[in-house]
Design a protein around this ligand. Structure first.
Ligand code: SAM
Length: 274
């Protein structure tokens, strides 16, 4: 059923503050679902922001064992009423407050999927990428401009902490791009579905992966500052002199910025700093 009709029947309307743009294209939904489950019948899948359930139904059709987390009480009610979705666990919660670690711990081997609310795309992706056990894949519909950041390389304007963390944790590819007309209501921009497939072997092996992830976040927290200044501002226990010495050890100048460092540089820098 058209999402607008489902909303009308329940006296609801699409809410901008929750980034609600419902997918109309059921063929795209099926492609996204198949890419998520990838033929592994019964695979535990976490769906983020199921909305009125278009992708939810496709994920169940593709064989997922589904948990879907939706913040909007009205939509959670619609989802619970839908008989075709009765095998899904519907959780009414904010995904950023949801205990992802507990879910991942129970599931062990799992995937994440969602037409993500645009206002919190980046924190959701960080939470999924940094989660242990890591999802085998993340299939996410995001704004095209954010998709470009995921695969950007050092020195480009789109390069940031998300690009480095993605490079560390997954192989990124694009599944499809959808025009605004594929949604109700129409968003302002095109949307891209990205597939982030967990690496079989991480491309770098820092001594303390957690410390490297913290370093990556800190390095991009103040884009206009040199890395040495940014780290000291973020954490006064890392004086500038220590960072410049660590930079020298990996062959980088003292005025280097986070945006000029590759994943490999971050791994070596983390080892020299800790
Ligand atoms: N999956 C549906 C679809 O494709 O038609 C809806 C996608 S819509 C872009 C984003 C969905 O995320 C909405 O249902 C919205 O209510 C939900 N949402 C927004 N913020 C959320 C949050 N913090 N936690 C969980 N769900 C959220």
């Amino acid at each position: 059923m058209h999402p607008r009709r489902l909303l009308d029947e329940h006296g609801l309307a699409a809410r901008k503050r929750y980034g609600q743009n419902f997918l109309l294209d059921t063929t795209a939904a099926q492609r996204i679902a198949q890419a998520t489950v990838a033929g592994e019948h019964g695979l535990p899948v976490l769906e983020i922001g199921p909305g009125t359930g278009t992708l939810t139904a496709a994920l169940l059709g593709a064989g997922a064992t589904l948990t879907a987390v939706e913040i909007d009480r009205g939509l959670a009610g619609i989802l619970r009423e839908r008989e075709d979705l009765s095998s899904a666990e519907i959780v009414e919660n904010d995904i950023l407050a949801y205990d992802l670690r507990a879910f991942a711990g129970r599931a062990q081997r799992w995937a994440a999927c969602g037409n993500l609310p645009y206002y919190i795309t980046t924190p959701i992706l960080f939470a999924l990428l940094e989660c242990e056990p890591q999802p085998v894949r993340i299939v996410a519909m995001i704004q095209r401009e954010v998709a470009e950041r995921l695969t950007a390389g050092p020195g480009s304007a789109a390069y940031g902490a998300l690009s480095v963390v993605v490079a560390y944790r997954a192989r990124a590819s694009r599944l499809l791009t959808l025009r605004p007309a594929a949604f109700y209501p129409r968003p302002q921009v095109d949307s891209t579905v990205v597939v982030l497939e967990r690496h079989a072997q991480p491309p770098v092996h820092p001594r303390d992966p957690h410390a490297m992830l913290l370093l990556i976040r800190a390095a991009f927290a103040y884009r206009r500052k040199t890395l040495a200044n940014a780290l000291e501002l973020r954490d006064p226990s890392i004086p500038r002199a220590r960072t410049t010495a660590a930079l020298a050890a990996i062959g980088k100048p003292p005025e280097a910025r986070g945006e000029s460092l590759s994943l490999d540089d971050f791994a070596r820098l983390a080892d020299n700093l800790t």
